[in-house]
Design a protein around this ligand. Structure first.
Ligand code: HGY
Ligand code: MN
Ligand code: MN
Length: 422
């Protein structure tokens, strides 16, 4: 039965419309980098975010999708099914970007989801179950760490109140930024937080080189590696850079260097599977001639093996403390997402759809985390990857070919119909 409807929906996917919408979205927060690449800087819970959401809503309303938001600010576009009482199939991704982000990370999965329900509507198909497209709040964790606060709230992975007092660089609380977003969207219908979908399927660029290098068109994602984020605060004492003997200093930068050197040793992996990144460092008072009294730096640690993620991650505090010579250090874990495996149901639907459309596939894990990670305990979950140029992401040069975007949307619509009619 699904096969009889899928070809109509697959044929109704428009590469041109999908690409036009991606490029229109890329204008919102768009910029040209020093290297001449066209990037996007669209932080969550900002006027840019709200402008992008209004554009998405305008497209959704044209095809008769109903629009709602939940208390976490997650935005839902619903295409009704034959039986509204049945749990819907959920697809989507995020609309916020990294500060030096690209035109595809996250937003591709939202626009591909819209394209899928538009294709279903255009083909005149009424699936057994509704299909909903979600735009999750704050997946990136750029403005407010950690990421995935919208999907973690939805899945009750962590209570929404956990995030209330997180502040951005300007000192604005997450709860206040969310309240501003909700107030600006008070004309939209609301829904309660969370439900159990029949299944969840997210389309996303690979953010790695494998599909391109191996010349494959679709990634059937098998799971997502684990991620742990930490914030390390090192407290020293400010002093005059010209008059204070080194022997009397409590220099937070020097002890930070010792801590990161020790962490590099802890995280050494000759197989280069482990991912360890320090990429945000804040120094106070941050002048060249006053010794640093405080340093705050972030740790992004990832691994596909739960045992390694726990063992090495749990050792971080001790290693940092042991590296201190004159300062004190505190380590705070901000994000703790264990590796997840997507099982067979949704990856099977993805593989079957891609194969039936003559598209080549690889089954592969995700190195990046995604909102899908938090849907796994709720329902059968999976992801579709499309290739991106050079595997580049979290960079203005991030790029995916129009045909690759359309391939992903065609596999998405067929897999969604398979799941929605199951
Ligand atoms: O950091 C990540 O893995 C995701 O792209 N936000
Ligand atoms: Mn993403
Ligand atoms: Mn990202």
């Amino acid at each position: 039965m699904t096969v009889s409807v899928a070809p109509n929906a697959v044929a109704a996917v428009s590469e041109a419309r999908l690409w036009q919408r991606l490029m229109e979205m890329a204008e919102i927060g768009g910029f040209v980098s020093e290297e001449g690449d066209t990037g996007v800087n669209r932080p969550c819970l900002t006027t840019l975010d709200r402008t992008a959401r209004r554009l998405l809503i305008s497209w959704a309303e044209r095809i008769g999708a109903s629009v709602t938001i939940d208390p976490a600010g997650n935005l839902f576009l619903r295409l009704e099914g034959e039986d509204p009482s049945l749990p819907p199939v959920l697809t989507g991704s995020h609309m916020d970007s990294q500060p030096q982000g690209g035109r595809f990370d996250g937003i591709y999965g939202v626009i591909a989801g819209l394209e899928a329900i538009e294709a279903v509507a255009t083909a005149g198909i009424r699936p057994k179950r509704a299909i909903e497209v979600v735009a999750w709040t704050n997946e990136e964790g750029g403005r407010y760490a950690p990421g995935c606060t919208g999907s973690m709230s939805f899945a009750d992975f962590r209570p929404m109140s956990d995030f209330d007092d997180i502040v951005d660089a300007a000192g604005i609380r997450y709860a206040d930024a969310l309240a501003e977003q909700m107030a600006s969207e008070s004309d939209l219908a609301t829904r309660p937080l969370g439900y159990t979908p029949h299944a969840y399927l997210e389309a996303h660029i690979e953010q790695g080189p494998r599909l391109e290098v191996e010349g494959r068109e679709i990634g059937v994602v098998s799971g997502i590696q684990g991620s742990r984020w930490f914030t390390v605060t090192i407290e020293g004492r400010s002093d005059h850079a010209g008059t204070t003997p080194l022997g009397l200093r409590r220099d937070a930068v020097q002890d930070m260097v010792r801590a990161i050197t020790a962490l590099n040793a802890l995280m050494h992996d000759p197989d280069d599977v482990l991912r360890f990144t320090v990429a945000s460092i804040r120094v106070e008072p941050d002048t060249s001639n006053s010794i640093a009294r405080r340093v705050v730096f972030t740790i992004d640690f990832r691994h596909p093996d739960k045992a390694v993620l726990i063992e090495r991650g749990d050792a971080i505090t001790g290693v940092v403390e042991a590296a201190m010579t004159t300062c004190t250090a505190t380590v705070h874990e901000r994000f703790h997402a264990l590796p997840v495996d997507f099982g067979a149901t949704v990856p099977g639907a993805v593989a079957a759809a891609a194969t039936s459309q003559g598209l080549s596939t690889i089954t592969m894990p995700s190195g990046a985390f995604h909102d899908a990670q938090f849907m796994v305990p709720l329902c059968p979950t999976g992801m579709i990857f499309i290739p991106c140029r050079g595997g580049v992401s979290h960079h203005p040069a991030e790029y995916a070919e129009p045909v690759a975007c359309a391939n992903g949307a065609r596999v998405l619509v067929q897999a969604l119909l398979t799941l929605a009619n199951s």
